[in-house]
Design a protein around this ligand. Structure first.
Ligand code: ZN
Ligand code: ZN
Length: 236
């Protein structure tokens, strides 16, 4: 059974997870509580091997930087993700994004926290779209951000807000995304040079996090690092 195929399937899925809380959310196999993911599926979650020290994508062993980071500056000090946006990891990201699965967010958040590559003072997340937040009643990036903050023993704060509704970015060309993003976020308060960890579910072109970082730094926050569940490659 697969989440988010149709409304009926989602409804059934909701009941199934209520009635059988000890089933793996990915494959349905029985798991010992309170785990939501069986060991087999957990093992299949991402992993990169050698990574680019700046953006965190997998690269050939022996290199420090990927081709992109060798020539382009990034708005973040470092970015890390659990793995490519595919397979089990993609299924888990969708469960958090569309179903608000808290047990899955906890599982992912703990693993993400273990990827920390430098000191940060506060954890925040890419803010929700107000329209989608009303429709869904939860915000996946916030569920993840709060779990990451808890795992790191750091404050998790909503430091950004989205100023207007924007259509889904999936499948739009990069230039269009960048234009649609401009001036989309503002900080909720002034910073005093604190290093911020910005959490999101998937990093694609980086246009969203770049805009979030711009808003944070305009408000006086310091360097920003980025932590996402997954990395969608080839979206540029
Ligand atoms: Zn499983
Ligand atoms: Zn890189």
């Amino acid at each position: 059974m697969w989440p988010s195929t149709s409304r009926a399937a989602r409804w059934l899925w909701g009941w199934a997870t209520l009635l059988f809380p000890s089933a793996c959310v990915v494959c349905g196999q029985e798991v010992r509580e309170p785990a939501a993911i069986c060991p087999g599926c957990a093992e299949e979650v991402g992993g990169w091997g050698s990574i680019c020290q700046i953006c965190g994508v997998g690269i050939a062993p022996g290199l420090d930087l990927c081709e992109g980071c060798a020539v382009e500056t990034r708005p973040y000090v470092w970015a890390r993700s659990l793995g490519p946006y595919e397979g089990v990891l993609r299924a888990l990201v969708l469960l958090v994004k569309y179903e608000g699965e808290r047990a899955v967010a906890r599982f992912l958040g703990r693993r993400m926290a273990a990827l920390l590559a430098g000191e940060v003072a506060v954890v925040t997340w890419v803010p929700p779209d107000p329209v989608r937040l009303r429709q869904r009643g939860f915000h996946g990036a916030e569920l993840l951000g709060r779990e990451v903050a808890k795992a790191l023993g750091l404050p998790g704060r909503p430091l950004l807000r989205k100023l207007r509704h924007s259509p889904e970015q999936v499948g739009r060309p990069r230039q269009e995304r960048v234009r649609a993003m401009h001036g989309l976020f503002s900080a909720t308060r002034r910073g005093q040079g604190e290093r911020v960890l910005l959490v999101d579910d998937v990093l694609t072109t980086g246009a969203t996090v770049a805009e979030g970082i711009r808003a944070l730094q305009e408000a006086g926050f310091g360097e920003v690092a980025v932590l996402t569940c997954a990395r969608a490659l080839g979206g540029d």
